[in-house]
Design a protein. Structure first.
Length: 754
């Protein structure tokens, strides 16, 4: 039974969204700051690189020139310095008994501050080791790509997943203090021309570009968490512009004498100054933070969304859930579900005698013992997978779920976009063959909104099994009507409530309907497919509208249960939303599951995973410039995809909906039927050397996917791919013609389903 006290514990809606965050909104904090100040964090907080150091700091290399201390001087605040060179997230939270050091947050209890400053995460992402490797290994960026995925991106995602606990712990230790956070300055010029060290042993310009990109990515991760948690964030990525390593007036300590492997490793042994700011550099960082505080914005990009803005955006862009006619489960109110009283939380190897879950706060407080990462839920207190038994607590509902229903949203942002990450929970996942049946099922979509235009969205990412596929707004349908173009175009920007077609039982999300049972004459691909494997998918005819669509109170912000570190099923398939890549990193999500050779063959700058995400079901072709996706730079000409018949002078450039592809900076998509022999596909615009083109030809057993690199669009123009008759073994003959007239073939061609 749910008590009155339990009812009143619930939020009254998104108008109280800030109550879900442990910290007060950043803008309000920035206007009310007062000392004293306590500086926490790693070497960039300690002041490494700006000696002399406090001799009593036990190897932490604390400098009075550290940016937090200089900031305190600017504001005439008393200060306390407890950062430490080499610190990782664990050092902020936990005692280091081996070194005789207390946790950094323990000092907040001794002398409660009014302001806490923090820079941390770079050591957890392994940036020190990355700099060493890039100095020793030629083309170090390739050594971090394993199976088409950049390991550093995964490490940065792990950092992002761990940072909320840091901010929450700081607030618990100093609830009245404002938290002021920075990322890291870019160490190398944006367009480097000469190496650090020598060309044979040193960091090359290409490696510098790679390292700059990873710094930017880490900063974006830190900013998303900081703004979501209500901290005051300053973007210092460009603070050293014109004063980086290799420049004449550098604000970064430049290593010297790097002529052998031992020298590269020596520069990072304490005490060290290499690749850390000088005293002048730290002063510039302090000034950048001071400008943020003086402006009262609470963030270098405008502050965390307020509760009111979260409420408005979540409702403005709430998706329309269109279920299959035969769907028996519904998106549940998770807090009400956890209060049903029959779910259990078990430890591995102890799946009998498990305690009952009392409610969402009880689950959020449930601690995992040291090294335990897989405490799991038994939904309905069951260990089996008998789908007929997983029903509402109200048995009068029969087989159809009728428990209270709701969907959830997590809002984050970066300098370019606001991400509305919608999540919904089903009690059971029912797959066709039964092999992938499991208790619990978290699904959803991410809606990306340009910060410069909050009237409509730019693209939507659909969660599909182990992958995520993205679609541009002009390729989608909206407002419960499956009519191509009704979400608007680039010239007519409108459309807010994207249609989400939910597959029967598996609950994977798709942008179009599919009905194998009754046929669908409007279906562009004549079967229902899972994009992650191109295997058949359950129907998603969209004929059953979810009752919560557009209903007041049907969407709420995620609660603290979203970060629960256990899993939601005995089979250990279902992670909490906060542990999933789409939640942690909505712009650069890397969990695409694509075993096909077209996704994994070779590497073109590490963006093959990101580009593949735009090549989903019903997409004929997708072109992608990884540099633009990674940096958000929209100054380059937008790519455009076109199709037509070979030999017709007007084949390309036809403005009709079927022939013209939708585009956004760095990406173009063309929806429609697969290309056929005799057709030509064109990609026009300007793109970097990392640009890729994916296309699909044929149907059924004769369907193939192809991936092209080296499009030759660096100086602009149009590249074309001509589809010829099938060659030996049925593989289509595909010829790439670049703007300069040279020709080439695909990097990989694979039969769909392999």
């Amino acid at each position: 039974m749910v008590t009155t006290a339990q009812r009143t514990r619930r939020l009254t809606g998104l108008a109280l969204a800030a109550a879900c965050l442990a910290l007060t909104p950043a803008a309000a904090r920035a206007a009310e700051l007062h000392g004293p100040l306590t500086a926490l964090g790693d070497s960039f907080s300690a002041g490494e690189g700006a000696p002399p150091y406090d001799p009593a700091s036990k190897g932490c290399d604390l400098s009075d020139d550290a940016w937090g201390i200089v900031l305190a001087d600017f504001r005439q605040w008393d200060h306390r310095h407890v950062a430490c060179s080499g610190a990782v997230i664990a050092d902020v939270l936990q005692d280091d008994l081996a070194r005789g050091r207390r946790s950094q947050i323990s000092h907040l209890v001794d002398d409660p501050p009014g302001v806490v400053t923090l820079t941390v995460g770079g050591n957890d992402a392994g940036f020190k080791d990355v700099l060493i490797r890039c100095g020793i290994v030629t083309a170090c960026q390739s050594s971090y790509r394993i199976g088409g995925v950049d390991q550093l991106d995964q490490d940065i995602g792990d950092v992002e997943a761990r940072l909320p606990a840091v901010y929450q712990a700081i607030h618990a230790a100093a609830p009245q203090a404002a938290l002021v956070v920075t990322g890291y300055p870019r160490l190398f010029p944006a367009r480097p021309t000469r190496p650090v060290g020598t060309s044979a042993l040193g960091i090359t310009p290409d490696e510098m570009v790679y390292l700059n990109q990873k710094t930017q990515r880490l900063n974006a991760a830190i900013q998303r968490v900081a703004t979501t948690m209500g901290a005051i964030y300053t973007d210092v990525g460009e603070t050293f512009d014109g004063h980086e390593v290799t420049t004449r007036d550098h604000w970064i300590n430049v290593p010297t004498g790097l002529d052998d492997n031992e020298s590269w490793q020596t520069v990072f042994r304490n005490p060290t100054t290499a690749f850390h700011p000088t005293a002048a550099g730290y002063r510039q960082l302090a000034r950048a933070v001071k400008r943020t505080l003086d402006a009262g914005t609470g963030s270098g990009t405008g502050g965390a969304p307020s509760a009111r803005v979260v409420d408005q955006l979540a409702r403005r862009f709430q998706p329309v859930l269109l279920l299959d006619t035969h769907e028996r489960w519904r998106p549940l109110d998770v807090e009400r579900m956890l209060e049903e009283g029959w779910h259990r939380a078990c430890r591995p190897g102890h799946d009998t005698g498990c305690p009952h879950v009392l409610d969402a706060p009880w689950l959020s407080r449930l601690k995992l013992v040291s090294g335990e990462q897989s405490r799991f839920l038994q939904i309905d207190g069951r260990r089996d997978l008998d789908r007929a038994r997983f029903t509402s607590a109200d048995r009068s509902c029969g087989e159809t779920e009728c428990a209270p229903q709701r969907i959830y949203v997590h809002v984050s942002q970066d300098p370019d976009d606001i991400y509305l990450d919608y999540w919904w929970y089903f009690r059971f996942n029912d797959a066709d063959a039964g092999t992938w049946d499991h208790q619990s099922d978290w699904e959803g979509v991410t809606v990306a909104v340009d910060r410069k235009d909050l009237t409509t969205f730019d693209w939507v990412a659909f969660a599909q099994h182990t992958g995520v596929q993205r679609y541009l707004r002009a390729t989608l349908t909206c407002d419960g009507v499956e009519l191509r173009g009704n979400c608007g175009t680039e010239s007519s920007r409108h459309g807010r409530h994207v249609n989400v077609f939910v597959a029967d039982g598996t609950h994977a999300t798709y942008p179009t309907s599919c009905n194998r049972r009754g046929g669908n004459p409007d279906l562009l691909i004549p079967t229902c497919l899972q994009q992650s494997s191109m295997r058949p998918e359950r129907d998603h005819d969209g004929r059953l509208r979810w009752g919560g669509n557009g209903r007041p109170g049907s969407v709420d912000t995620v609660g603290r249960w979203a970060w629960w570190p256990g899993v939601w099923d005995p089979g250990r398939h279902v992670q909490s939303p906060g542990a999933q890549s789409r939640f942690r990193n909505p712009r650069w999500v890397q969990d695409v599951s694509c075993s096909r050779a077209s996704c994994a063959a070779g590497s073109t700058g590490g963006f093959e995973g990101a580009c593949a995400q735009w090549f989903g079901v019903n997409v004929t072709a997708a072109a992608c410039d990884g540099d633009v996706i990674d940096t958000g730079d929209d100054g380059l000409t937008r790519l455009r995809l076109e199709r037509g018949l070979r030999g017709l002078t007007s084949a390309l450039g036809d403005p009709t909906d079927e022939l013209a592809g939708s585009s956004t900076p760095g990406v173009a998509q063309l929806l429609g039927a697969s290309l056929r022999s005799g057709e030509v596909l064109g990609v026009a615009g300007t793109a970097g050397t990392d640009a890729e083109l994916y296309l699909r030809t044929g149907e059924g057993p004769s369907a193939y996917d192809a991936r092209f690199t080296g499009l030759g669009l660096e100086q602009g123009g149009r590249a074309t791919v001509t589809v010829g008759p099938a060659g030996a073994g049925g593989t289509p003959v595909l010829v790439l013609r670049r703007p300069d007239g040279t020709r080439g073939g695909p990097r990989a061609v694979v039969a769909v389903g392999t």
